[in-house]
Design a protein around this ligand. Structure first.
Ligand code: F6P
Ligand code: MN
Length: 340
């Protein structure tokens, strides 16, 4: 089986034609290495005293878990030491942190997605997005990170579940330049060798689905088009959709997106009226954008219910966005309903 190292080397071999590929492979390698360290901690769980609250709040006003802080520090340390990384932005950091001034890449990450799952031994993940440093050679500022999702060079996640999976993709134009376009790739961590081994590539999401993921407890806060859409799914065979739907909710976006990449589906975290100042719960730059690149590269679609997520012009590293992603026809259905 192909190891992650071998695969990244095959990309790197094209660096004469596409010099930007070497930094990207090197940074993915660094993230994979930290993923193994986080895996070790999660495996030990309570035995490593990593469960529970850290006793502080992040910039979003959310209680940080101990492992949020630990995972953030591991990624921060490893990435700022990588000579290709000019700076990082994280869910757990108020502002961007500078890395190597000569680095060509900006790295955004959600160090531990689905952190409410940590203490109950359920799936969690790490999400990452790679952007070009727009002012090469200059010390980074927060504003450098405010690029649309369509500018991403690569994106991916680590899923810490019954097995540990690394999924990533290169931007389509970059993959074409490199001459190796395997679409979305999945590697599984082999506990015996400690290597990530390639298990799937060219992942393709079915265009239709009968499976949806949404936190239904927020129903009363949703806008009418979302309530009507879910009403129709619940009506099943006897309703206007003429088929039964099934619900799945992992409570970690990484887990729900992974399921959709494996067997299709739709994942929704809609805008709601709970807090009118927020456009949604999820964060555009290090959750929605990287997942949107993966989903689109696998033939799915990703919108905020009105427009393509990767076309949204960002104005804040931590800005929130409504998310509707997954099987193309189902996402189109939700979008049409909202446009009407
Ligand atoms: O990062 C935010 C997040 O943990 C997502 O991973 C997940 O989809 C969502 O929040 C879970 O939200 P809720 O608490 O509404 O189930
Ligand atoms: Mn998250």
């Amino acid at each position: 089986m192909t190891t992650l190292t071998e695969y990244l080397q095959s990309l790197q071999a094209q660096h004469a034609q596409v010099p930007s590929i070497e930094p990207i492979t090197d940074v993915i390698d660094t993230i994979a290495t930290v993923g193994k360290q986080i895996t070790q901690l999660l495996r030990k769980g309570a035995l490593a005293d990593i469960l529970g609250e850290a006793g502080a709040e992040n910039v979003q006003g959310e209680q940080q878990k101990k492992l949020d802080v630990i995972a953030n520090n591991l990624l921060l340390e490893a990435l700022t030491a990588n000579r290709h990384c000019s700076g990082v932005a994280s869910e757990e950091l108020d502002h961007a942190t500078a890395g190597h001034q000569d680095g060509s890449l900006l790295v955004l990450f959600d160090p531990l997605d689905g952190s409410s799952n940590i203490d109950i031994n359920m799936p969690t993940g790490t999400i990452f997005s790679l952007l070009p440093h727009p002012r090469l050679g200059e010390k980074i500022e927060d504003g450098d990170f405010l690029q649309k999702g369509s500018e991403q060079l690569a994106a991916g996640y680590l899923l810490y579940a019954s097995s540990v999976i690394l999924t990533f993709t290169l931007a389509p134009d970059l993959a074409q330049q490199v001459g190796i376009d395997d679409g979305v790739l999945m590697f599984s961590l082999d506990p015996d060798s400690g290597e990530f081994l390639l298990i799937n590539k060219h992942i393709a999401i079915d265009t239709d689905t009968q499976e949806y993921a949404i936190n239904g407890s927020n129903y009363r806060h949703w806008l009418p088009p979302m309530q009507q859409y879910i009403d129709e799914l619940l009506a099943g065979k006897t309703g206007p959709r003429g088929k039964d739907f099934n619900t799945r909710w992992v409570a970690a976006m990484v887990g729900d997106v992974h399921r959709i990449l494996c067997r299709g589906g739709i994942f929704i975290y809609p805008k709601d009226t709970k807090d009118p100042t927020k456009a949604g719960k999820l964060r555009l730059m290090y959750e929605a954008n990287p997942m949107s690149l993966l989903i689109e590269r696998a033939g799915g679609a990703s919108t905020n219910a009105l427009e393509r997520i990767m076309d949204i012009e960002p104005n804040d590293i931590h800005q929130r966005v409504a998310v509707v992603l997954g099987s193309k026809n189902e996402v189109a259905h939700v979008q049409q309903r909202h446009q009407q």
